[in-house]
Design a binder for this molecule. Structure first.
Ligand SMILES: N[C@@H](CCC(=O)N[C@@H](CS)C(=O)NCC(=O)O)C(=O)O
Length: 244
């Protein structure tokens, strides 16, 4: 039975679940949602309001990690997200949890901080989201830099987020100096989490990006920063080699 993935189009946690479906080579259909009223339907379906959620064979699973573990349990014959060896498995799960706590938590704030300065990126996003989205992004771009300058607390939260994202990407790049993938020489759920959770900072080469205009659209201040380039190169290669 085809799996249904409910997602918010720009959501990095949704992208993580989608990447896990792709990696396992499963057939799935995407249902797009908009934050706000749609979340009532999500609540009715899953008992909570966040996405991603999948439906499969009468079951409903929420949370990107739970979804990946469900797919691994339900489709053991497909490509493995987790290594067999217990020690490696623990390492993959620990790194994935760390990435949820760092990239998962802080990427949206880094996105917010950089969005107003990223004209080309905002144009691509505006084109993908239509006139309503475009107007909303314009307002955001006008308001945020003033808020950041005036409110020290906003500035501090943005600083904290950017430090955390940069430190995490530096850790990942260091791992990639000694192995082909983040945990050893086989791809795993840790790679899926890493490549997907930076989603809105540079949209990947994937036919499942929300709109084709977004493919490759990049927040240059982050994704093209030479200090982070090794990781983003790995990210794009991973999509080409392992995802659709
Ligand atoms: N731990 C969850 C986090 C999911 C999450 O935070 N989703 C965001 C979108 S990226 C969301 O649905 N936010 C809407 C809300 O908080 O109301 C997962 O791994 O899936």
């Amino acid at each position: 039975m085809t799996i249904v993935l409910h997602r918010f189009p720009l959501s990095h946690f949704s992208e993580k679940a989608r990447a896990a479906l792709d990696f396992k080579g499963l057939d799935y259909r995407i249902e797009e949602h908009t934050p706000g009223l749609d979340q009532l339907a999500i609540y009715r379906l899953s008992g909570q309001r966040k996405l991603p959620v999948i439906e499969h064979d009468g079951k409903v699973v929420a949370d990107s990690t739970e979804i990946a573990l469900y797919l691994e349990r339900t489709f053991p014959d497909r490509r493995r997200l987790l290594p067999e060896a217990p020690e490696k498995r623990r390492e993959v799960l620990a790194l994935e949890a760390h990435l949820d706590d760092t990239l998962g938590k802080y990427v949206p704030r880094v996105w917010l901080r950089h969005a107003p300065r990223e004209e080309q990126y905002l144009d691509a996003l505006g084109a993908a989201m239509g006139p309503f989205g475009h107007a909303g992004l314009g307002a955001l771009a006008a308001v945020l830099p003033r808020a950041e300058a005036r409110v020290g607390a906003v500035q501090r939260r943005f600083d904290e987020a950017e430090r955390a994202v940069r430190a995490t990407i530096a850790e990942l790049s260091a791992r990639l100096e000694t192995s082909a993938y983040l945990v050893g020489d086989e791809p795993s759920l840790a790679d899926i989490a890493a490549v997907a959770l930076v989603h809105p900072l540079k949209f990947p080469p994937s036919r499942h990006v929300f709109k084709p205009e977004l493919e490759g659209a990049s927040m240059r201040g982050i994704a093209e920063d030479p200090a982070l380039a090794r990781f983003f190169d790995f990210r794009d290669r991973f999509y080409r080699d392992h995802l659709r």
